[in-house]
Design a protein around this ligand. Structure first.
Ligand SMILES: [Fe+2]
Length: 357
């Protein structure tokens, strides 16, 4: 068994203000990396700015992160940080903002390198990083993974470096103003992380503890995900915790086939990440060991794979062209390192069946 998760995590009401001293102690001048609008609407950006300002810490704001941020955006954030002499980075928002912040933290610390350094090297030093998540899916606040869009390859690609935040501050109140679709999509991403970590060659006792706890918590939140009940702050924090458990789980095991299949769908057809990974979960589970499959589905409150498939089709339907699915399946088949993470035998036919072809 192994376990590595070096981020210090606080998941509680008002945690940004409560732990402002720890946040400020990461450096003297922060580069705050966020999106164009949601962190301004949900109050997280104001909270971060006042938390660090209270301790005399300066900041530069980079608020140009788009959904599925590109290499170009990371390099723009890098330039802002280098120009302003930032010595730590705070990512505020969903996975896009936090992943871009990770890239910026790496590239500011390696400002003599070109963008290729993100992909051509491993183990690079990076600036200290804090993450304030505002959605319930990415888990990026507790992983070392950053997935950035490569326009040259027309897909999203994980950086080779592991860039863990030193501090993660998760507060359910930021989720309350999120559109329902965003809550559904990100909750499906969290579910997918938990399933892919569970059905994974790297799964062990510690990662399975996170998976089972995360799925149970996710199941408790089903009424809010399905829109049967209005979300309140307690439920929002539970959803964010389920996402954080998913993040901690994939930090141990990595994701597997559904995530690998999804990236081309997101790039080429604009399908949001959650629905793009959720669509393959039922098929991915169908080929898994029966006892494991039953345990995972049971923890998440699904009677069987068919009810999971029905859930995904009802809440997050996708309809990609067959040609795109074939391209995605071919790209996965060309990545032996991805295939190796799956605990069951993956031949061409099985990958195509998981891809709904
Ligand atoms: Fe994901």
């Amino acid at each position: 068994m192994k376990f590595f998760m070096p981020a210090k995590l606080y998941s509680e009401h008002n945690c940004v203000a409560e732990h402002s001293r720890e946040l400020s102690s990461l450096g003297r001048k922060a580069l705050i990396v966020t999106g164009k609008s949601s962190s301004k609407k949900n109050g997280s950006l104001d909270d971060v700015i006042s938390a660090i300002s209270d301790h005399g810490t300066e900041y530069i704001l980079f608020d140009e992160v788009e959904e599925n941020p590109s290499v170009e955006t990371v390099m723009k954030a890098r330039d802002a940080g280098v120009e302003g002499v930032a010595d730590f980075v705070i990512g505020v928002g969903g996975g896009s903002a936090i992943d871009a912040a990770k890239g910026a933290a790496l590239m500011i610390a390696n400002s003599d390198k070109g963008w290729e350094y993100m992909y051509n090297s491993t183990g690079g030093k990076h600036l200290p990083l804090a993450a304030v998540p505002t959605t319930c899916g990415t888990g990026s606040e507790v992983t070392g993974v950053s997935v950035i869009t490569r326009h040259d390859l027309k897909t999203k690609v994980s950086l080779k470096h592991r860039i863990f935040p030193a501090l993660a501050l998760s507060d359910g109140k930021y989720l309350l103003s999120a559109p329902r679709t965003l809550i559904i999509n990100t909750a499906i991403d969290a579910f997918s992380h938990l399933i892919e970590s569970g059905v994974n060659i790297n799964a062990d006792r510690s990662s399975m503890m996170l998976v089972m706890t995360g799925l149970s918590l996710w199941n408790e939140c089903r009424p809010y995900i399905e829109g049967c009940e209005d979300i309140d702050e307690k439920a929002a924090l539970s959803l964010m915790d389920a996402s954080t458990f998913g993040g901690m789980a994939i930090a141990q095991t990595g994701t597997t086939i559904p995530h690998a299949l999804s990236y081309m769908l997101t790039y080429n057809a604009g399908i949001p990440h959650g629905p793009a990974v959720g669509a393959f979960q039922a098929n991915y589970l169908r080929f898994a060991d029966k006892d494991l499959r039953d345990r995972l589905l049971g923890a998440a409150g699904f009677a069987d794979g068919d009810s999971l498939e029905e859930f995904m089709k009802r809440l997050a339907p996708i309809n990609p062209e067959r040609k795109l699915l074939e391209m995605s399946a071919e790209s996965v088949l060309a990545k032996p390192e991805k295939l190796a993470v799956c605990p069951y035998k993956l031949d061409r036919e099985t990958v195509f069946r998981i891809a709904n072809i």
